[in-house]
Design a protein around this ligand. Sequence first.
Ligand SMILES: C[S@@+](CC[C@H](N)C(=O)[O-])C[C@H]1O[C@@H](n2cnc3c(N)ncnc32)[C@H](O)[C@@H]1O
Length: 454
Amino acid sequence: MKNKKLPGNVRDAALSILWAVENKQAYSNLLLHKTLEGHGISAKNRGLLTEITYGTLQHQMTLDYYLEPYLKGKVEPWVKVLLRLSLYQMLYLDRVPERAAINEAVEIAKKRGHSGVASVVNGVLRSIQRGGVRSFNEISDPVEKIAIETSHPAWLIKRWSEQYGMEKTREMALENNKIPPQTVRVNTVRATPAEVLEMLESEGLEAVQSELVPECLVVTKGQPARSAAFEKGFITIQDESSMLPVYAMQLTPGMEVLDLCAAPGGKSTHIAEKMEDQGALYSLDLHQHKVKLIDETATRLGHSIIETAVGDGRQGVERFGAERFDRVLVDAPCSGLGVIKRKPDIKYTKKEEDFDRLQDIQFDLLTQAAQLLKPEGILVYSTCTVDSQENRGTAERFLKAHPNMEKISVSLPEALKMKNTGFVQIFPQDFGGDGFFIAAFRKRPGSAQDLTNS
Ligand SMILES: C[S@@+](CC[C@H](N)C(=O)[O-])C[C@H]1O[C@@H](n2cnc3c(N)ncnc32)[C@H](O)[C@@H]1O
C-alpha cells in the first residue's frame, strides 16, 4: 500500500487504523484517539470514523465470510481491509448510501494502489451489491455458526458455551457488537448528580441519571470528556459496571484502605468519594507511567487522601506490613473479555493459553491481599472479564487455600439488589454495561495471620 494519505478523508483514515491493527497489532482505541487528533478529521466526521473503525473490527469475521465467495484469486491484505470497511458501510450503516461507499473505496484503491486494484475493488463491491450476501444457514456446526454470525473466534464461543450454555453465549456475543453507552461518575464529594446534570445541560450535553448506580449519569448527546464539568473535576468517565466493586467494599470515612492494582485510578477515586475524602487510601500499581494517571485524575478531582506507589502487589506485605488495612481491593489484571464492546480487538488477540497464567497472578495477588487485611476486614476481588476460570475459578481456589477467609454476600446499590451468595457475575447483556465479576471475602475474627503462599 502506498503511503499517499487522503487528509481529512474518513475512510482513508479508517483504512490506516485498521491496517495498523491488522499488520502491527496496534490498539484500535489508542490509534483512533491519535487519528482523531491528528488526521484533520472534522468534528462532524469524528463519529463516522469511530463507527466505521469499530464496526469493521466488530464484524470482521462476518465480513470475511461474506467477501470470500466474491474474492476469486488473492488480493493484497490491505485491499481486503479496504473491502471489509467498505462492505461494513454498505451492510450496516443506513446513513451511508452504497454508491458513496463504493466510490470512496475505488478512489482510495487508486490513490493507495493503482488502477488495477481500483478495478478489483469496484468489481467485488458491485457484485455484492447485485448478488447479496450468503446466509449463515450454510454453516452446520453450531459453534462455528455463532462464531461467524457474531464475529468471535470459534475457540472462545466454544469456551463460553461450555461455561454458560449456547443461548447465553450467543446473547453475549451479539451484545458485544453493540455501541456501548457513554457513562460518567459524579464526584459526589463536590456535587450531587442533579447539580452535575444541570452543569452538563448548560454546556449543551444531554444526560440522565442511571436507575441502577445513583452517581452514574448516562450521556446521550455530546462528549463528556471535553466538557468543563470534566475539566473542573465534577465527573470521571467510567463504565457503570466498573462502579460496582467499590459498593462491595462497604466503605466508611476514616478507614485505612489499599487498592492493590489501582491504575488508571477509576476505582481509587471512587473509593475516595465513598470515604468522603477522609481516612487513608494507598493506590499501588506495577507501572510508573500508569501510576502517573492515578495522580493526574486524583488531582483533577481534588481528592487528598490518595497516596500512590509503584510496586508489585505480590510483595505488598513487605511494603505496607501485615494485617494493616480495613479494606483491600484487588481489581486484578485479567483477560478483559467483558469489555469487548469497547475494545473489539480483544476478541482476536486473546489466546486460550493466557488463562492459566492470569489465574496464577490473580491468586497470588489475593493471597497477598489476605495477609494485608486486618481480622474482620473485607477483601473485594473484581475483574472485567466473563471467563469463569478467572472469576469463580480463582475465587474458589483462593477460598480453598485460605480457611481464615470467608465468602460474604456482595453489597450492591439498592436498585441492583440481587440475591447473591458471594459471587456476582455481570454479563454485558444484563444492563448494557461491561461484563464484570465481583466477589467479597471477610477475614475471620481472631484468625491467625495467614501465610499461605501457594
Ligand atoms: C484492571 S486494571 C485496574 C484498573 C483500576 N483498578 C481502575 O479501576 O482504574 C489492572 C491493573 O493491574 C496492574 N497490575 C498488573 N499486575 C500487577 C501486580 N503484580 N501488582 C500491581 N499491579 C499490577 C496493571 O498495571 C493494571 O493497571
